[in-house]
Design a protein. Structure first.
Length: 215
């Protein structure tokens, strides 16, 4: 009888220890997941600020004479595409949805980079107060986006690393803690935007070669 009670006591103690371990692991994963979601909110906020700046930027640039129309159309189209992809903390648990959202944001980033390069062709536009007032916060927002994306990746890495360790891996699988997606560099982001400054003009004729000197 006493032997049976002793075995039961051991089992109860083991179950209590396992329960406490699982509780601690669960609480740790919840904390790391919340930190990642909080940082994701900062990423969304930065991207939203950029989206809010774009309509006024486009309106200002439209006033420039002979400005390349395709550049503005690309920005308007890219911004509309961004709005069609639903974001939110849950998207970080879905790699495919996350990749689609990032691709739409990268497309808008590329269009904006092209715009700022093309503007170099229009000194009168660059000199206007309206454009300068928009360019400065836009460039600041782009920098903020890069910072917040890096911080999100750090938070996601901390969560994913903890999730894969034992016994967190068991708890994560049972309780539905999914891996968080990372931001990746956009293909070709290391290259400068490809911009044609000719705008359809025919290339200037080559200068005639000098006549050969008399022997």
């Amino acid at each position: 009888m006493s032997k049976g009670l002793g075995c039961l006591a051991v089992i109860v103690v083991v179950l209590i220890i396992l329960g406490l371990a699982m509780m601690g692991t669960y609480n740790s994963l919840v904390g790391l997941s919340q930190a990642t979601d909080s940082q994701w909110a900062n990423v969304e906020s930065s991207y939203q600020r950029r989206a809010d700046l774009i309509p006024n930027l486009v309106k200002t640039v439209e006033g420039a004479a002979n400005f390349e129309k395709s550049t503005l159309e690309a920005i308007v189209k890219a911004r509309a595409s961004v709005g069609q992809v639903q974001a939110g903390p849950a998207i970080t648990n879905d790699p495919q949805a996350f990749a689609k959202w990032q691709a739409s944001q990268d497309q808008l980033s590329s269009a904006l980079s092209r715009l700022l390069v093309v503007v170099e062709r229009y000194p009168d536009l660059k000199a206007t107060a309206n454009f300068r007032d928009l360019q400065a916060p836009l460039e600041g927002t782009e920098n903020r986006i890069n910072v917040e994306r890096s911080r999100y990746n750090e938070a996601a890495q901390a969560y994913n690393t903890a999730r894969q360790k034992f016994p967190a891996g068991l708890v994560a699988g049972i309780l539905g803690f999914k891996e968080k997606a990372y931001f990746r560099s956009a293909p070709g982001s290391e290259r400068a935007p490809d911009v044609n400054f000719d705008f359809g003009r025919s290339p200037a004729p080559a200068a005639p070669s000098a006549a050969p000197s008399a022997p």
